[in-house]
Write a protein that binds this ligand. Structure first.
Ligand SMILES: Nc1ncnc2c1ncn2[C@@H]1O[C@H](COP(=O)(O)OP(=O)(O)OP(=O)(O)O)[C@@H](O)[C@H]1O
Length: 380
């Protein structure tokens, strides 16, 4: 095979096949979770060819050790982040609430992996809506958890529901994208004695396999499925290109994945990609494509901002206005006399300027961290 001379890929660190889950977590993820606790929104993507260890990196093997309490050596980024979050909360004795949600994107359809409404295993389909704070997933279940151990049960429930299908490359290959989100509300008292709430958010994204359809052996109905998965990844690639090249139009709206993760792509979030590869000759093409993809993303300039701290009074005011809006919507629906539109929404529709809501100064530098994890021996 002819090899081209090319520039090296700019990744922060390469983890070899025998690097432990603990090593990857300590060196790549701990600082990110710390930033979440400081009030930032952060996103970690696992991106790569099927069977190269994305799910292993994010979820890992058995989450608890034999004693049933501590983490097993195989535990991945999700359980380790959860443990770090609760350890930090316990050590600082801060009054906090931790909420999690878990969704799946499969064939451009969003599903709540934590919904209880799914008698007979019918997964609840979700819709994406735009509101003044960005994109929201309508009706997504947010589960309040009180301890790390409780989150493991939630995670187990969700992972069991993820759709999987067999391909030649990986028998239990996940054909869907999944997003596990953790939101932490932390109560603080300012030097002036005012009660405020600091919010941090962490999205942990396990993307579907990036390989092409013929290589993975997907056929017939499954080819359609693979096509749709590639459509989402293709749009993700186009969004990255548009952001890197500063194009006027960024095609976020072309796929649900990019709509959903819009803020993590050129937005206010700090973003990390773990590119998983199988460095064998057989997978050379995919490896190059994965590393090119991740490398390009590094040139995106994010503008991370600490989430604004919300005072108790402001929070109560916001919740009251939300309740009032819902009440008016309900009345309008019951009386079937039209649709209730809030003053703010009406002004938006009329093209009147919206009141500014954020005052934080934007960061200058790119906030993308790229890591690479290699897996040897699992590919065929
Ligand atoms: N670093 C590793 N050490 C040990 N085993 C690993 C490692 N990475 C992956 N594996 C194993 O390799 C197999 C494939 O990994 P995994 O399911 O995580 O791949 P994937 O990239 O998520 O695939 P898909 O795209 O189909 O979801 C699994 O059996 C997993 O346990």
């Amino acid at each position: 095979m002819r090899t081209r001379r090319r520039k090296p890929w700019d990744v922060l660190q390469v983890f070899s096949s025998d690097a432990s889950q603990e090593k990857l977590y300590k060196q790549a993820i701990i600082p990110i979770v710390q930033e979440v606790m400081d009030g930032f929104n952060c996103t970690i993507f696992a991106y790569g060819q099927t069977g190269t260890g994305k799910t292993y990196t994010m979820e890992g093997g058995p989450r608890r050790s034999d004693d049933g309490k501590s983490l097993s050596a195989e535990a991945g980024v999700i359980p380790r982040s959860i443990k770090q979050i609760f350890d930090t909360i316990d050590a600082s004795n801060v009054d906090s609430t931790v909420k999690v949600s878990f969704l799946e994107l499969y064939n451009e359809e969003l599903t709540d992996l934590l919904s209880f409404d799914d008698a007979k295993d019918d997964k609840k389909a979700l819709r994406l809506l735009e509101d003044r704070n960005g994109v929201v997933v309508q009706g997504l279940e947010e589960v309040v958890v009180k301890s790390a151990a409780e989150i493991y049960q939630v995670l187990d429930r969700g992972t069991a529901k993820r759709r999987t299908a067999e391909t030649l490359l990986n028998k239990r290959s996940s054909r869907s994208h999944s997003v596990f989100s953790i939101t932490i509300h932390m109560r603080e008292v300012t030097p002036e004695g005012e009660d405020v709430v600091k919010v941090g958010k962490l999205h942990l994204v396990d993307l579907a396999g990036s390989e092409n359809i013929s290589r993975s052996g997907a056929k017939d109905g499954r080819a359609r499925e693979a096509g749709s998965i590639n459509q989402s990844l293709l749009t993700l690639g186009r969004v990255i290109t548009a952001l890197v090249e500063h194009s006027g139009h960024v095609p976020y709206r072309d796929s649900k994945l990019t709509r959903l993760l819009r803020d993590s792509l050129g937005g206010k979030t700090k973003t990390c990609i773990i590119a998983t590869i199988a460095p064998t000759v057989h997978c050379q093409e995919e490896t190059i494509s994965t590393l090119d993809y991740a490398h390009r993303a590094k040139n995106i300039r994010n503008r991370p901002e600490v989430n604004q701290k919300i005072s108790k009074t402001a929070m109560i005011r916001e919740m009251s206005s939300e309740m009032e809006k819902l009440r008016m919507e309900l009345v309008a629906q019951r009386e079937k006399n039209g649709v209730y539109i809030s003053v703010e929404k009406h002004q938006q529709v009329q093209g009147l300027p919206k009141q500014a809501t954020s005052h934080a100064a934007p960061y200058g530098a790119s906030c993308w961290a790229i890591f690479c994890r290699a897996l040897i021996g699992e590919q065929h």
